[in-house]
Design a protein around this ligand. Structure first.
Ligand code: SF4
Length: 239
C-alpha cells in the first residue's frame, strides 16, 4: 500500500512542532529484546512505576531466564506481585520462555536483530499471548525497527489531530499510522505523542491554550468554544 502523502506530511509537521516543545527524541536502546518483551508483558494494565518494580523483583529473584522458566509459578508470582495480575502474567511469561527455549534451544531474541521487520514481527506474534502492541514495543525499543505501538495516548492524540478516522480502533490506527510515518521518525513520533498526551492533550481536560498544535488541530477548544472534546475509545489498545 502506498503511504498517503498528505498524512505523511501531517505526521512530519506534528513531530517537528512537538520536538520544538518537548525537545528532540533520538532512538536509544531500551535493553535486550527478551528483557524488553518480559517488561512489556509486565507493563500491561498497570503503571510504569509498578511494572518497573515487578521487573526488578523478577531479576532479583532469578539469575537467568532459564531459572525463571523452570521455577514453580508461585515463586514467579511472588516476585512480580507489585505489577498486578501476577497469576496471569506469570502464565504468559513462563509460556513465552518455554516457547522460545523449545524453538531456539536457548533463551534469547537477539537473532531477531538480523531479521527484516515483518519477519521479526511475525515471530513475536507467534509467541503465546503476544499481541500487536507488545510486538511493536519490542521491535521499536529493543530492536530499533520502525514499528509504531499505539497505546491510549497515541490513539487519542492522533484522533484529536484528525490523523485517523473517527471510528478507528487502536489496531486500525496502527495500520494507518505506521506505514505513513517515515521510518526514521517513528520513534520520535511515538515518544512525543505519548509525552504530549500525558502533559498537554490529556484525556479529560486537554490544555489547548498551551498547545503548540492548535493551528493544525481540528479538535482544539480554541475553535470548539471550550466544549469538552469527546474521544470515545473504540476497541482495546491491545497487548
Ligand atoms: S489543540 Fe487541544 S485537542 Fe488539539 S492536540 Fe492540542 S491539546 Fe490536544
Amino acid at each position: 500500500m502506498r503511504p498517503n502523502a498528505e498524512l505523511r506530511s501531517k505526521i512530519l509537521l506534528v513531530t517537528r512542532l512537538l520536538e520544538r516543545f518537548h525537545g528532540p527524541q533520538r532512538w536509544r536502546s531500551w535493553g535486550r529484546p527478551l528483557d524488553g518483551l518480559i517488561e512489556t508483558v509486565l507493563s500491561q494494565h498497570t503503571s510504569d512505576v509498578n511494572s518497573g518494580a515487578a521487573f526488578r523483583g523478577l531479576k532479583r529473584a532469578f539469575a537467568t531466564w532459564k531459572a525463571c522458566m523452570d521455577a514453580p509459578a508461585e515463586r514467579v508470582e511472588r516476585a512480580i506481585r507489585s505489577g498486578g495480575l501476577a497469576r496471569q502474567k506469570t502464565r504468559s511469561i513462563q509460556a513465552i520462555l518455554r516457547f522460545i527455549h523449545k524453538d531456539r534451544g536457548r533463551l534469547s531474541l537477539e537473532f531477531l536483530r538480523r531479521r527484516p521487520m515483518e519477519r521479526a514481527r511475525a515471530y513475536l506474534l507467534d509467541l503465546p499471548g503476544v499481541g500487536p502492541k507488545t510486538a511493536a514495543c519490542v521491535l521499536l525499543f529493543n530492536l530499533g525497527k520502525p514499528a509504531l505501538p499505539v497505546d491510549t495516548h497515541v490513539h487519542r492524540v492522533s484522533w484529536r489531530l484528525g490523523l485517523i478516522p473517527d471510528d478507528a480502533t487502536a489496531e486500525d490506527a496502527h495500520k494507518i499510522l505506521e506505514p505513513a510515518c517515515p521510518p526514521k521518525r517513528v520513534y520520535a513520533f511515538h515518544i512525543l505523542l505519548i509525552r504530549h498526551g500525558r502533559q498537554v492533550c490529556k484525556a479529560r481536560n486537554p490544555r489547548c491554550r498551551e498547545c503548540v498544535l492548535t493551528d493544525i488541530c481540528p479538535s482544539t477548544q480554541l475553535r470548539t468554544g471550550d466544549r469538552p472534546l469527546k474521544f470515545k475509545q473504540r476497541g482495546q489498545t491491545g497487548v
